[in-house]
Design a protein around this ligand. Structure first.
Ligand SMILES: Cc1cc2nc3c(=O)[nH]c(=O)nc-3n(C[C@H](O)[C@H](O)[C@H](O)COP(=O)(O)O)c2cc1C
Length: 197
């Protein structure tokens, strides 16, 4: 199998990391790959906030704790479970070598175009995030895409020093796996494709 397909098919979400640091040159190439993604109108409506140091991670998760717990409760999670989830997330994310918060930058536009522009911008940032994951795999690193920023977006936005126009859509954990990540079965291609001749 050639290198590209090897990268695509060997990538899997990693949820347990070694303490080994991520070399800066690899991190830079991974971000360059993400930034080269296709985007609607070539707008590149993304921003990556990269957190490498322990202080930054601790600061983020200390601010996130309360807001994350209340937003999980708002999403119908019982209080004790929400607190346990917030504590567990803090412990886990503070131990991950590199975190990348992916933001979408929204623009103001005419009401009739608002939903379309919003979708195009989120889709573009998601394409960049997918490229980031593949580039990480290609660099021999491991990663996982987490949706946590959807729960307490203001905490992530304030932490990164960004304005209201920026919506955090993903938190990427990046590093070296400390054990082989589990392979998730994929449904067969034929269930997902239709061909019209
Ligand atoms: C939009 C999106 C949100 C995700 N959020 C989470 C998450 O919050 N927690 C988590 O453990 N995995 C999350 N994942 C990873 C998926 O669970 C994972 O991609 C899926 O189970 C398939 O496994 P694979 O990535 O190893 O192929 C997310 C993936 C995507 C694309």
């Amino acid at each position: 199998m050639d290198d590209f397909y090897k990268t695509v098919f060997s990538r899997r979400s990693c949820r347990s990391f070694d303490v080994k640091p991520v070399p800066e040159d690899k991190l830079l190439r991974i971000l360059e790959a993400a930034n080269a993604a296709p985007s609607a109108h070539n707008a590149q409506p993304w921003h990556f906030c990269v957190i490498t140091g322990e202080d930054g991670k601790r600061k983020l998760f200390e601010s996130a704790g309360g807001a994350y717990t209340s937003d999980l409760m708002y999403a119908d999670m019982p209080e004790d479970e929400a607190r346990r989830r917030a504590d567990e997330s803090k412990r886990f994310f503070c131990s991950v070598p590199v975190l990348v918060i992916v933001f979408v930058e929204h623009i103001s536009c005419a009401p009739d175009k608002r939903d379309i522009e919003r979708a195009l911008r989120v889709e573009s940032a998601a394409a960049a995030t997918a490229q980031l994951l593949l580039a990480a795999e290609h660099e021999g690193l491991n990663a996982c895409w987490y949706c946590m920023p959807h729960y307490c977006p203001n905490v992530f936005r304030d932490f990164a020093g960004l304005g209201e126009a920026f919506e955090p859509i993903a938190l990427i954990a990046l590093g070296y796996a400390d054990k082989e990540p589990k392979r998730r079965e994929k449904r067969p291609l034929l269930e997902k494709v239709s061909v019209i001749r």
